[in-house]
Design a protein around this ligand. Structure first.
Ligand SMILES: [Zn+2]
Length: 268
């Protein structure tokens, strides 16, 4: 199963992606049928947006939706909404932190498709909420599954999604307001950048650990023009290797980030 997933599935998913853009192409049908038949499962890794999610501390207002037209009055239903760029499941564009420059609309679409590398640190995070991913842990993944491929999207599975959307438990702030949740270390981030990854993601409020003061992983990763995914929904359905991720952010001109729909494609 590992072999077929590692070799056949990425190619299949690229074809799927082409199918989305070019629905006329007949050659893509088998890939679409694979999803419809259930041979390939789609896991939605984004939380639904509303005004009850966990905002970054200090962000008093995060989301608002208003009804503009109703079926009763207008014959149709529409709403307008306002939200922070960094709220709910979202993507950080390189421009979010210097020295990154690219805004969310400028990230090349190819980067949004990549093999999923899942680093499972639930045990470590259970023992120590301030846990930082080590290079050693990534090397252990590579010993088991092979070298992390260029273009991979690497996600940290801490188990923190089980606390969502409980603001108190998810932020896990101490008496001084310092948050405590796990994240990547700068060393681990640098190691992953050497692998030419396309993106980095986590099931917590930030790629940096909660107690970080200066966000060195943000500076390092976004500075290398690699995007970040934060507040990913429960990653428990993903194998450590062999799934494929599609991260489709809003194409917001000039945006520092924005809401993103993330899908994991997993072969059965
Ligand atoms: Zn962010």
């Amino acid at each position: 199963m590992q072999l077929s997933v590692r070799t056949a599935i990425p190619a299949a998913f690229l074809l799927c992606a082409v199918t989305v853009a070019l629905p006329q192409s007949p050659t893509q049908k088998p890939q679409l049928e694979e999803i419809a038949s259930g041979k390939t499962r789609v896991i939605d890794l984004s939380y639904a947006l509303n005004d009850k999610l966990v905002p970054w501390p200090g962000d008093a207002e995060a989301f608002e939706a208003k009804t503009n037209a109703t079926v009763e009055k207008n014959g149709y239903f529409t709403r307008s909404f306002w939200m922070l760029e960094h709220y709910g499941t979202h993507m950080d564009a390189p421009a979010h932190f210097p020295p990154g420059t690219i805004t969310i609309d400028k990230i090349s679409a190819e980067k949004f498709f990549g093999p999923a590398v899942v680093l499972d640190v639930r045990n470590e995070a259970d023992r120590n909420p301030d846990y930082q991913l080590t290079v050693k842990r990534i090397e252990a993944w590579e010993e088991k599954h092979g070298r992390i491929p260029a273009g991979a999207i690497v996600v940290l599975r801490t188990g923190w999604a089980s606390r969502w959307p409980d603001v108190v438990r998810y932020r896990n702030q101490d008496a001084n307001g310092i948050m405590h949740f796990p994240g990547f270390s700068v060393e681990a981030a640098k190691f992953l950048l050497e692998r030419k990854i396309s993106g980095l993601g986590c099931d917590t409020l930030s790629i940096d650990p909660g107690n970080s003061k200066d966000f060195p992983v943000h500076h390092t990763v976004l500075g290398a023009e690699v995007f970040q995914l934060e507040n990913l929904a429960d990653l428990k359905g993903l194998p450590e290797a062999g799934a494929f991720l599609i991260a489709a952010p809003i194409k917001l001109e000039g945006g520092s980030g924005g809401p993103v729909r993330v899908f994991a494609l997993v072969a059965q």
